[in-house]
Design a protein around this ligand. Structure first.
Ligand code: FEO
Length: 170
């Protein structure tokens, strides 16, 4: 049975993963309406992954005798200056999510909740992968420069995979 503190912080993460899904959908929509179908595809895919993360938390909370709460989500930013601006925001957001997961890990140690600690290990590794893949994209963006978005938009389709190969995707 989850204790209340662990249940509450896991529900906070349900909201954060849900917001991540929503944020990346807003970015996908921005990219799609600005002629960047490769970037839009990356964002739609990322949004699906975030929904998957939210579901993992929902199911885990309920399985352990808690009650997952489906939250209202705030409206994500709809307008962006350019693609670099978007991916800088993604990195900032993923760093925030990593810190958030780490806080839950720390609480599970304080509370001696080793089941939840174990459940979180997948997220710890996933955050390593997510941050790495966004850093690769930002490096690539610096290389191609702002004037060659066509090339970047075409190449981003393969970037997620190459980052994933470097770490342990389950
Ligand atoms: Fe679910 Fe991108 O962290």
């Amino acid at each position: 049975m989850l204790n209340k503190k662990v249940e509450d912080i896991c529900n906070r993460q349900v909201e954060r993963e849900g917001y991540s899904a929503s944020l990346y959908l807003a970015m996908a929509s921005w990219a799609e309406t600005n002629g960047l179908s490769g970037v839009a595809g990356w964002m739609y895919n990322q949004s699906d992954e975030e929904r998957g993360h939210m579901l993992k938390f929902i199911k885990y909370i309920n399985e352990r005798g808690g009650k997952a709460v489906i939250p209202a989500l705030k409206k994500p930013q709809a307008e962006y200056k350019n693609v670099e601006d978007i991916f800088k925001e993604v990195l900032k957001h993923e760093e925030f999510i990593t810190a958030s997961i780490n806080e839950i890990v720390a609480l599970t140690l304080d509370e001696k909740d080793f089941n939840t600690h174990n459940f979180l290990q997948w997220f710890v590794m996933e955050q390593v992968e997510e941050e790495a893949s966004v850093r690769i994209i930002l490096d690539k963006l610096r290389l191609v420069g702002k004037n060659n978005m066509y090339e970047f938009d075409r190449d981003i389709v393969g970037l997620r995979k190459s980052a994933s190969n470097a770490t342990n995707k389950p």
